[in-house]
Ligand binder design. Structure first.
Ligand SMILES: C[S@@+](CC[C@H](N)C(=O)[O-])C[C@H]1O[C@@H](n2cnc3c(N)ncnc32)[C@H](O)[C@@H]1O
Length: 208
């Protein structure tokens, strides 16, 4: 595994490069999808919420509509700047964004009633350490929730496709013919390839 600082540098470069495109992705901004996560957590109206790895801040702002106060942190400045711009455009005063590493959350033990993270665990160098940090800053009886991509539990399907981007199109086309990954690829009339990406939301309650 690369050194953690090297890994963080790759994350910063990548999410700086794609910040605008990522924020414009309709499936990322999708309010119904965000509402499903908010509903799964169901925070009380006086809850303090932390979103770890907030990116352009859509999830944080979704929680801000129903909770007392929300803080969104991220390792990368470019998506945080987009989040702050959206916050101002929407006139939200109960959400703020700050630069921080999920590995060392700059908050006291038990500061938040809800700690949530969407679509970032698969980018973390040390996911168990990040989860421990989320639990640490969550209050007793508070809620820790993670939403992320899941692959098929069928081993051969889970291992497919290979990582090399140049081969992905060929792999998807073969997948469509032979049902290799379980992601059900199909081609639109315009020739664009689409496939189904499964995500899971896991919500936990901290006991003490
Ligand atoms: C795919 S985006 C998800 C953004 C947002 N949670 C969402 O659902 O739209 C992943 C984000 O994780 C952030 N990230 C990756 N590693 C991180 C770390 N160690 N600490 C904080 N943020 C991190 C990246 O900067 C990026 O903004």
């Amino acid at each position: 595994m690369p050194h953690v600082q090297d890994h963080n540098q790759v994350v910063r470069e990548e999410f700086t490069r794609q910040a605008v495109a990522y924020a414009a992705n309709p499936s990322i901004a999708d309010p119904e999808r965000i509402a499903r996560l908010v509903q799964a957590v169901s925070p009380s109206a006086d809850a303090r919420v932390l979103e770890v790895a907030t990116g352009p801040g859509y999830v944080a702002m979704g929680f801000a509509a129903v909770a007392r106060e929300v803080v969104g942190i991220d390792l990368t400045e470019a998506p945080l700047a987009i989040a702050e711009q959206r916050r101002q455009e929407q006139g939200l005063h109960n959400v703020r964004f700050q630069l921080a590493d999920a590995a060392r959350l700059p908050f006291a033990d038990g500061e938040f009633d809800v700690v949530v993270c969407r679509l970032a665990f698969h980018h973390f160098a040390q996911p168990p350490g990040m989860l421990s940090e989320m639990v640490r800053v969550c209050a007793p009886h508070g809620t820790v929730a993670v939403e992320d991509i899941v692959v098929s539990e069928h081993p051969a399907r889970g291992a497919y496709p290979a990582e090399r981007a140049v081969e992905v199109r060929r792999l998807i086309e073969q997948d469509a013919r032979e049902d290799l990954s379980g992601t059900r690829p199909f081609q639109t009339d315009e020739g664009q390839w689409c496939f189904t990406q499964h995500t899971a939301i896991v919500v936990g309650r901290k006991l003490n």
